[in-house]
Design a protein around this ligand. Structure first.
Ligand SMILES: C[S@@+](CC[C@H](N)C(=O)[O-])C[C@H]1O[C@@H](n2cnc3c(N)ncnc32)[C@H](O)[C@@H]1O
Length: 296
């Protein structure tokens, strides 16, 4: 069953704390309460942030999101808007990953660095003081977010240009028409959403050796792509009387699951590992390519 993007409930579509005036007054009030030069800095929930306030992801959702992203020791996790550093710290502490948090507020970034030190993870976790719209996070294999849908939408073009297979998780907020590949709900009801950056395979492909058709079947397909979904019609220019075959597919990174009905009217579901130039059967990668890109 397709997963629907969580929608911000209508009543909350302009939550009161997003009103710039109220947010400013609230943050002034909070910083006045917080200001005690003799005490070490401690962030306050809902305190003002450059593009969004600070609100920590709950501990169970941190783990549920990192689990859903299948974080491994080999991963480089970037938390965009790192707050107190908890996501970056857990990615390193629980999963052994290398992690980087980017936080705009210098005091909060310093607080996160102290938390990294307390956890003894200085060799695994770096906190950068910077703006997520200016810092380079292109080396991430996993990106974590707890921002706003509008900010996710602003990041979306950058995320979609990242290496296919890069995993993205977001607390509560979606990516518009780029629907999640998976979602998880923490015991407190908060939702984490998960996407895998798809390969870009839109365009013309020459297809041969497609299972379910005669060996010499060669055809051409012009694939349309909308995020992780592709569709098109396979035509056989060498065999003009043959009917066109509708194909539909879904990408999870560079793995394409393709569905079509073969010449015996049997449904076929096949997986291919794809790149910019060719598709190979995923379970027999040494086999000859089934598809090669044609100039568009
Ligand atoms: C909702 S909090 C999430 C904190 C943390 N990622 C978590 O899930 O616990 C968003 C954080 O983004 C920071 N932030 C807001 N705009 C930013 C920007 N342009 N660049 C970097 N950090 C930003 C805020 O200061 C805040 O700490």
């Amino acid at each position: 069953m397709p997963i629907k993007t969580a929608q911000t409930p209508r009543l909350l579509s302009r939550p009161v704390f997003f009103s710039p005036l109220i947010a400013l007054l609230l943050s002034l009030l909070l910083s006045a309460c917080a200001h005690n030069p003799n005490e070490p800095y401690k962030p306050l929930q809902a305190q003002h942030g450059k593009d969004v306030m600070w609100m920590p992801t709950s501990d169970p959702l941190v783990l549920a999101m990192l689990d859903m992203a299948n974080v491994q020791a080999s991963d480089k996790v970037y938390d965009l808007g790192a707050g107190d550093g908890r996501i970056a710290i857990e990615a390193a502490r629980v999963y052994g990953a290398t992690a980087v948090g980017i936080e705009y507020n210098p005091k909060l970034a310093e607080f996160a660095r102290l938390n990294v030190e307390k956890a003894g993870l200085q060799n695994k976790v770096t906190i950068i003081t910077g703006d997520i719209f200016e810092e380079d996070f292109s080396s991430a294999t996993v990106v974590t977010l707890y921002l706003l849908e509008s900010l996710n939408m602003k990041l979306k073009p950058t995320l979609l240009k990242m290496k296919p297979g890069t995993r993205v998780v977001s607390n509560s907020f979606g990516m518009g028409l780029w629907i999640p590949d998976n979602a998880v709900q923490a015991p407190n009801g908060t939702i984490g959403m998960f996407w895998v950056v798809p390969s870009n395979i839109a365009g013309r492909w020459q297809i041969s050796r497609l299972p379910g058709f005669a060996d010499n079947t060669t055809g051409e397909i012009n694939l349309k792509q909308s995020f992780q979904f592709v569709d098109g019609e396979l035509s056989q220019p060498n065999n003009p009387k043959s009917p066109t075959i509708k194909v539909e597919g879904r990408l999870l990174g560079d793995v394409l699951t393709l569905k079509y009905t073969d010449s015996s009217n049997q449904p076929q579901t096949l997986t291919f590992t794809v790149d910019q130039t060719q598709w190979r059967p995923t379970n027999t990668p040494s086999a000859k390519p089934v598809a090669k890109r044609l100039p568009s």
